[in-house]
Every structure is written in structure tokens, then in C-alpha cells.
Write a protein that binds this ligand. Structure first.
Ligand SMILES: N[C@@H](CCC(=O)N[C@@H](CS)C(=O)NCC(=O)O)C(=O)O
Length: 211
């Protein structure tokens, strides 16, 4: 059975959502961020040396990285759900989003969060970071023009991967700048499977009600 090593207020929330969409049996092992440093507890390093979440363990497999975990779960347990047919143009799009979410889109969001903690707010870096933030959020926003979901307008693992970007974006950007992204966030958070994942996962500061 899949075990999700789940950290509060983290990207592993989307893995719980994925598993709820698929209605799979799984276990959650809870880890709590240090209240001062916000870092994961050292126990997570016993599961994987990076000590980050999400991590899933499943028999002999230990898988890190949200995109790889989504891919793993859907290939092994999805029975074709939440993923376009392999080797079709739609599947290539799906893979692109799966990598893009963490490979590109999260970078300016993380840079804004980290540089904001510098004594001067990282002032000199902000114009470049803001350009990148606008570029990436604008790209996702444009991809959602006139559609509910990213690939063929059908919910897939790609939307689950990008959900964290959509949930972090409002913390760093004025509301209303990316209305398709706002609609996407509201839509995904309304899903019953998302709501069940929220109940099971415990504290999650980026959900619909800020928890
Ligand atoms: N790209 C990785 C990021 C993993 C990651 O950095 N997770 C954060 C939580 S959102 C974490 O574990 N932070 C705690 C720490 O760094 O100690 C993924 O998508 O799985």
C-alpha cells in the first residue's frame, strides 16, 4: 500500500488530492514543520536523504518529487485515469505540465519568498523576479483561457501538479491579475476529492479558507 510522508503546509497536500481522486487505499504518515525554522523534522531524512515532502513509499519503491510521484501513481494505479493516452500529443502536453510545475513555474515564487526575507527585501533582485513571476503566471493563466483544465479540458495529473502554483500565487501577486488562474484554484478546491484530502491532511495554510 502507498504511504504518503506528509508535511503540514506543503506540496504533499496535492498528492493526497491525487489519491482521493483515484479513490485508492493509502496511509498518511504525518510530519510537522519546526515552528521556528519552518523546516521538516529530521525523521523525514530517514525516509529519504533530502528530508523533503512529498515522499511516497510503496513496497520496495521510495519516490520523491511531486511530478514523479504523480506519474508513478497514475502509471501503476490509475488504470488510464487522470492521464491522456500515452504517445498522443495530449500526453506530451501532460508531461510538459508535469515537469513545468516544479522545473520552472515554482522558481520565481520561491525566489520572491526567500528574497523577501532579506533585510532590504532583496530590493535589487525584485524587478527581475517580478518579470519572471509575471511571465510564468501569465503563461499558465493564458493556457487556462476558456477552459477548466490544462490538457484537453479534462482534469489530469497536470492540474494536480499545477494546483500548488495556483495556491501560492495569490500570496505573492495582487488578486485579479490572473483571473483564469483564480478560477482554476477555486474550481479545484471545490472538488469533493480535494475536500476529502484537506480533511485527511490536517493543517494546510494554502487551502480555500487559509487552512
Ligand atoms: N520539487 C519538490 C519540492 C519538495 C519540497 O521542497 N518540499 C518542501 C515542502 S513544500 C519541504 O519539504 N520543505 C521542508 C524542508 O525543506 O525542510 C517536489 O515537488 O516534491
Amino acid at each position: 500500500m502507498i504511504t504518503v510522508h506528509h508535511l503540514n503546509n506543503s506540496r504533499s497536500q496535492r498528492i493526497l488530492w491525487l489519491l482521493e481522486e483515484l479513490d485508492l487505499d493509502y496511509e498518511i504518515k504525518f510530519y510537522h514543520r519546526n515552528e521556528e525554522t519552518n523546516l521538516a523534522p529530521p525523521e523525514l531524512e530517514a525516509i529519504h536523504p533530502l528530508g523533503k515532502s512529498p515522499v511516497v513509499t510503496d513496497g520496495e519503491n521510495t519516490v520523491i518529487e511531486s511530478g514523479a510521484i504523480i506519474d508513478y501513481v497514475l502509471r501503476r494505479y490509475g488504470n488510464g485515469r487522470l492521464m491522456p493516452t500515452p504517445n498522443t500529443p495530449a500526453h506530451e502536453q501532460y508531461l510538459q505540465w508535469l515537469h513545468y510545475g516544479e522545473g520552472s513555474a515554482m522558481l520565481p515564487l520561491m525566489l520572491r519568498m526567500y528574497t523577501g526575507r532579506l533585510p532590504d527585501g532583496g530590493e535589487a533582485l525584485q524587478p527581475r523576479i517580478n518579470d519572471e513571476l509575471d511571465r510564468h503566471l501569465g503563461y499558465v493563466n493564458a493556457a487556462l483561457e476558456g477552459v477548466d483544465w490544462l490538457v484537453e479540458n479534462v482534469l489530469s495529473g497536470a492540474d494536480i501538479q499545477l494546483s500548488f502554483v495556483a495556491e501560492i500565487a495569490p500570496l505573492l501577486h495582487p488578486a485579479g491579475d490572473f483571473i483564469n488562474l483564480d478560477g482554476f484554484r477555486i474550481r479545484l478546491q471545490e472538488r469533493p476529492a480535494y475536500q476529502r484530502a484537506l480533511e485527511k491532511g490536517g493543517v494546510y495554510a494554502f487551502g480555500p479558507a487559509g487552512d
